[in-house]
Write a protein that binds this ligand. Structure first.
Ligand SMILES: Nc1ncnc2c1ncn2[C@@H]1O[C@H](COP(=O)(O)OP(=O)(O)OP(=O)(O)O)[C@@H](O)[C@H]1O
Ligand SMILES: [Mg+2]
Length: 413
């Protein structure tokens, strides 16, 4: 009886608050800019209550005034500093470079949304801070830092035996599946790569820098723009046409899988002079049924060869040229969790079979024609092919794009 009354009371309250919202919504268009400022202040107060809105002073103190000695590294969005909060928590503070066009309110809204993302294989965003033009993100500090610092260093990669590499691949797949399909909002990462996979003290992988696609949306109105992402990891349809989808992340994941197995970096591949990049090399050996030759020699003593061959095939399925043919992360996780009885044959990685125009916002460029513009080299090397339309058809030319010092796609002009 009591609980029924309580239910009724809550329903009444609910109705009252709904009608209050109804009237508030009706009044919305008439609210003045002063009210808007008030709303922004309220938003900040709510965030402060949740203790996610850090004061600038707290972050200055935590990082010893952003001292160089605290610097963990610097990517395309600004430097990252190690720090310790007054309550003892170890943090990594990303001080965003000031070219973000996003306003304060939009930034806070997105950061708030992203701080609700919680998964074992995703770095925890503890909070954020905005002070004048400064925007900062506060993450949990992940003890072993990033995967690239182990994988591409000859004296450190021995620490990553087969079981660890296998578990890292499975963990990243689960983290990515969560971001794509299980979090409260769909999150396309846009920049999956070794430096954005952090390893904790138990070697559990955690995806870092998720949500940058939301915090730094590409400005569709600009003629000159950058396609955010890193050379060697970007799917061809995203690199050339700006088509960003979950399947672009699947492609980058596939590159990471092949890098983890081979310890070769796709963007600076030089193992085989006849292959333009790691993907092409892996595919070539796979077709010749010599898949295991791509394996990092360090793994010989610890690897399960059947598992290695299976993971190479899954990696190759993820980097297929046609986004539709790539599996989604749901399927990847299933494939990784039990040995499939039948696994389809991957088609060539990269560009073959399609023509792509270099992405320019404002144009409706998409895949055109179907001749093979890259029969001598496919996507993923440091060279990028552009295709330009002519009256008689399409010609392609090989150009070396100007990259910024972080290997990101620069302003295209
Ligand atoms: N939460 C964290 N815990 C520990 N180390 C971190 C954390 N976040 C970043 N780092 C370290 O800081 C370095 C710099 O990170 P940052 O994201 O700025 O650069 P990046 O990943 O190389 O480039 P990008 O801007 O494309 O992400 C990383 O390589 C990583 O080793
Ligand atoms: Mg990063």
């Amino acid at each position: 009886m009591f609980s029924q009354d309580a239910c009724f009371f809550h329903r009444q309250l609910d109705e009252m608050s709904k009608s209050k919202h109804f009237f508030q919504n009706l009044l919305k268009p008439f609210t003045s800019s002063a009210n808007k400022d008030q709303q922004e202040d309220d938003l900040e107060k709510i965030a402060a209550k949740e203790q996610k809105n850090f004061s600038f002073e707290a972050l200055v103190a935590a990082t010893k005034n952003f001292n160089q000695s605290q610097k963990l590294g610097e990517g395309g969005f600004g430097p990252v500093f190690q720090g310790k909060l007054s309550d003892g928590r170890e943090v990594a503070v990303k001080r965003l470079s000031q070219r973000s066009a996003q306003g304060k309110k939009e930034f806070l809204n997105e950061a708030k949304l992203l701080s609700r993302v919680q998964h074992k294989n995703v770095v925890n965003l503890l909070g954020y801070c905005v002070r004048d033009a400064e925007k900062l993100l506060v993450y949990e500090y992940v003890a072993n830092q990033s995967l690239d610092k182990f994988l591409f260093k000859s004296n450190k990669r021995e620490l990553l035996d087969w079981q660890r590499r296998h578990d890292i691949i499975v963990g990243v797949a689960k983290g990515l599946l969560y971001l794509h399909d299980q979090a409260h909002c769909t999150i396309i990462h846009r920049d999956i790569k070794g430096s954005n996979i952090l390893l904790d003290d138990n070697w559990v992988p955690k995806i870092a820098d998720f949500g940058m696609a939301r915090l730094f949306p590409e400005d569709q109105t600009q003629i000159h723009t950058r396609v955010a992402g890193t050379n060697g990891y970007m799917a061809p349809e995203y690199l050339m046409n700006g088509n960003l989808s979950k399947k672009a992340d699947v492609f980058s994941f596939g590159v990471v899988v092949l890098e983890l197995i081979s310890a070769q970096k796709n963007s600076s591949f030089d193992r085989d002079p006849d292959s333009g990049n790691l993907l092409e090399w892996a595919y070539k050996l796979y077709k010749k049924q010599r898949t295991l030759e791509i394996m990092d020699p360090v793994l010989v003593s610890s690897a399960d060869m059947e598992e290695v061959a299976l993971l190479v095939q899954i990696g190759l399925l993820c980097v297929q040229s046609d986004p539709q043919s790539r599996p989604d992360m749901d399927r990847v996780v299933v494939l990784l969790s039990r040995k499939p009885r039948h696994l389809e044959e991957p088609t060539r990685p990269g560009l073959p079979g399609s023509r792509y125009r270099r992405y320019r916002p404002g144009t409706t460029s998409s895949v055109t024609g179907n001749s093979d513009v890259s029969s001598s080299g496919s996507f993923g090397s440091t060279n990028t092919r552009t295709a330009t339309s002519t009256a008689t058809g399409t010609t392609s030319s090989l150009v070396k794009p100007r990259l910024d010092r972080h290997g990101k796609r620069p302003v295209i002009d």
